[in-house]
Design a protein around this ligand. Structure first.
Ligand code: AMP
Length: 464
């Protein structure tokens, strides 16, 4: 099948060719004709499947065929859970729509940056708006934008939006868009919540399920390195050096750990940057750009921040900590092995992460092979880092910190052999697994009534 068989306009076919795409991906082959017909779509698709072009190309085509005179109302609204994904989807809209005549105007809005420039841009009118829900509602409340002429609404990564607690914002937005519209819902996983949302929102949708759900790309070589928690940093440094990893995306469960791992890698002389919800938008953008340009060798990310990151040919993903939600494992390793390319996904698994590993294996329907006998000198690496300043282990929250770290019991370790010291009480205390990044802290939640008009604008998730 070729793109020209999908009913796309010549300008869009040229854009697709310029992007270097020769054949439509399976989701594009199904979604593009359905969207062009104006049908609602319910698609099970992970990042990396080409879903973005699957909905942006038909939106561009439909809107360009009905140009509007005068000030442009928002006619297509694309909601995404994170700023990075929003920026990326907007880039795609601009890229694919560059040759359209007359031109369509598009914009992207999210929190964490000044609102006034966004207000000014929106006042000039846009046809296609990509937005994170929190900031969009701020802009609506400031009368910078109206949504009553939206013809197509896209919920991208809907499962993640619900995970991040955006359901209330989504409900509010649904009241602002016309009942009569086209709705496209993309989700990597299908919980009963997503199904309920889909049942409510979609009218006789075309269902598309391109990859078997919850399975990892076959082209990604997965492996588990069993290791004591205190030796994880040393093993990470060892793997990066020994395998001469040119670049890798490293996942941690918390923002705190992302910072710590980044600092330790820097001490080991490895260029690293962290990306998570506590970082300013500028810091996130510069970390991501540094990684994309190759200046930064290791990008350390939490799950929420990593959503939507699209880096061509990313060969390695390392799970410094396993995610608490098994589906996140599939998302994480989906960052590599894209479009059939090969990739590797290594997971450093401590004894107290065994249940998480079991959950992941149940989800993907197969065991993850254990990499036997990685002989490395944990102590030597730790000493190296210590002499570069500071400690290599996570001390945990104040009050639970142990003295004399890094501990004396560490020696040459064979990953896979966890015969060493068990984590005992500290790991039972779950000190390294506080709330997931998208969740709001309980205290804030109780104060919830303050809302975004008080300046809250979902800063707790750091992504809207
Ligand atoms: P997405 O799943 O939309 O994030 O896209 C993942 C990556 O696949 C992006 O880098 C796209 O540029 C790329 N891509 C999208 N469609 C195609 C295609 N038909 N052929 C090759 N690469 C594609």
């Amino acid at each position: 099948m070729s793109f020209s068989e999908l009913g796309l306009a010549p300008e869009l076919l040229r854009a697709v060719e310029a992007a270097g795409y020769h054949t439509p991906s399976p989701i594009q082959a199904k979604a593009i004709p359905a969207c062009l017909e104006g049908r609602d779509v319910l698609a099970a698709a992970q990042t990396g499947t080409g879903k973005t072009a699957g909905f942006t190309l038909p939106i561009l085509q439909r809107l360009s065929r009905q140009p509007v005179d005068g000030r442009r109302p928002v006619r297509a609204l694309i909601l995404t859970p994170t700023r990075e994904l929003a920026a990326q989807v907007h880039d795609s809209v601009e890229k694919y729509g560059a040759a359209l005549s007359p031109r369509l105007e598009s914009d992207v809005v999210y929190g964490g940056v000044k609102i006034n420039p966004q207000i000014n841009r929106l006042r000039e009118g846009v046809d296609i708006l990509v937005a994170c829900p929190g900031r969009l509602l701020d802009l609506v409340s400031q009368k910078a934008v109206r949504l009553d002429q939206v013809e197509t609404l896209v919920l991208d990564e809907a499962d993640r939006m619900l995970d991040m607690g955006f359901i209330h914002d989504i409900r509010k937005i649904l009241k602002l868009v016309p009942q009569q519209r086209q709705t496209l819902l993309f989700s990597a996983t299908f919980s009963s919540e997503i199904r309920q949302l889909a049942d409510k929102l979609l009218h006789e949708p075309v269902s598309i399920d391109v990859a078997p759900r919850n399975t990892a790309a076959e082209t990604v070589e997965q492996s588990v390195y069993k290791v004591d928690k205190p030796s994880k940093t040393a093993l990470l440094v060892h793997l990066i050096r020994q395998q001469q990893l040119e670049q890798a995306l490293v996942f941690t469960a918390t923002k705190h750990m992302a910072n710590r791992v980044t600092k330790n890698l820097q001490k080991a002389g490895i260029t690293a940057a962290a990306i998570h919800g506590n970082k300013s938008q500028n810091a996130r953008t510069s970390a991501l750009n540094g990684f994309k340009s190759g200046e930064v060798r290791i990008l350390v990310a939490t799950d929420v921040a990593a959503r939507g990151i699209d880096i061509a040919h990313l060969p390695h993903v390392i799970n410094f900590e396993l995610p608490n939600v098994p589906a996140d494992y599939v998302h994480r390793i989906g960052r590599t092995g894209r479009a059939g390319a090969s990739g590797s996904a290594m997971s450093l698994v401590a004894p107290d992460e065994r249940d998480q590993l079991k959950g992941i294996e149940r989800l993907i329907g197969k065991p993850v092979p254990v990499h036997e006998s990685e002989d490395f000198d944990a102590r030597a690496v730790q000493e190296e880092l210590t002499s570069a300043g500071g400690q290599t282990e996570d001390p945990g929250p104040p009050g639970q910190q142990r003295k004399n770290r890094p501990g004396g019991g560490q020696r040459r370790q064979r990953a896979g052999d966890q015969g060493g010291r068990q984590q005992g009480n500290r790991s039972q205390g779950n000190s390294e697994q506080p709330r997931r990044e998208g969740e709001r802290p309980a205290r804030r939640r109780r104060r919830g009534g303050r809302g975004r008009s008080g300046g809250g604008n979902h800063a707790s998730s750091g992504n809207s």
